[in-house]
Write a protein that binds this ligand. Sequence first.
Ligand SMILES: NC(=O)c1ccc[n+]([C@@H]2O[C@H](COP(=O)([O-])OP(=O)(O)OC[C@H]3O[C@@H](n4cnc5c(N)ncnc54)[C@H](O)[C@@H]3O)[C@@H](O)[C@H]2O)c1
Length: 245
Amino acid sequence: MGKLHNKVAVITGGASGIGAATARLFVSEGAKVVLVDLNEEKGLAFEKELKALHGDALFIKANITVEEEVADIFKRAIEAFGKVDIVFNNAGIGRVHSSHDLDYSEWRNTINVDLDGVFLVAREAIREMLKQGGGTIVNTASMYGWVGSPGSAAYNAAKGGVINLTRSLALEYAERSIRINSLCPGFIDTPIIPEESKQALAQMTPMKRLGQAEEMAKAVLFLASDDSSFMTGNSLTVDGGYTAQ
Ligand SMILES: NC(=O)c1ccc[n+]([C@@H]2O[C@H](COP(=O)([O-])OP(=O)(O)OC[C@H]3O[C@@H](n4cnc5c(N)ncnc54)[C@H](O)[C@@H]3O)[C@@H](O)[C@H]2O)c1
């Protein structure tokens, strides 16, 4: 029997990269998955792919920064599968931009998706999990939530925020059987990283390669499943050694 037998997981950013790799692994471990993404074309194609593998999957097009749409994700997930046990709160954006040229609207947009959106999804998840008597949430932060880097002030500030949001929510709900942890990836080979940057980022990584989305999925499975049953408020860094430098 799989580690997630009969569990229902909502995965934001589920149409691509780390979210999609996690959805594949979760389905192979027996979970029913709700894929949430702005990208409808990719999301519907991926839903079809998972169903062809005999997985239970539902794609929902939604923007994690819009309160009503976030509430609707959980309403539809429960209509389809009856409950939500796991939320992989993972959708995000990232752009490199000099801070002195960064428009306030661009700053706001990054904080809005990468921090506000994470809060809105976590809040809705917690509301459901309180009714159900527990659950697990995994937020995607970044190794750049721990350390700085030039040209990514808004992203790094948001990801640092996700790490402390995780700690704070974890403490608030620890006694009510809701475990909340974060994943802090290093440079991972997904569409968020421009093709022309990949080689340089691999060289900046002590292991001299990019991580694979599947390597992140295994860490998410650990955080989401009973394998990490005594962990909460933790942020697990999986970065090929980058933050050890
Ligand atoms: N790839 C990396 O190197 C890396 C490193 C550290 C952290 N991360 C984080 O991992 C997460 C997943 O990124 P990825 O690498 O898989 O990139 P990705 O671009 O492949 O996937 C991100 C997905 O999120 C979706 N999305 C973006 N904004 C959204 C919104 N407002 N509402 C709903 N969906 C939205 C996108 O459509 C996309 O499908 C992000 O939070 C990212 O910041 C990635």
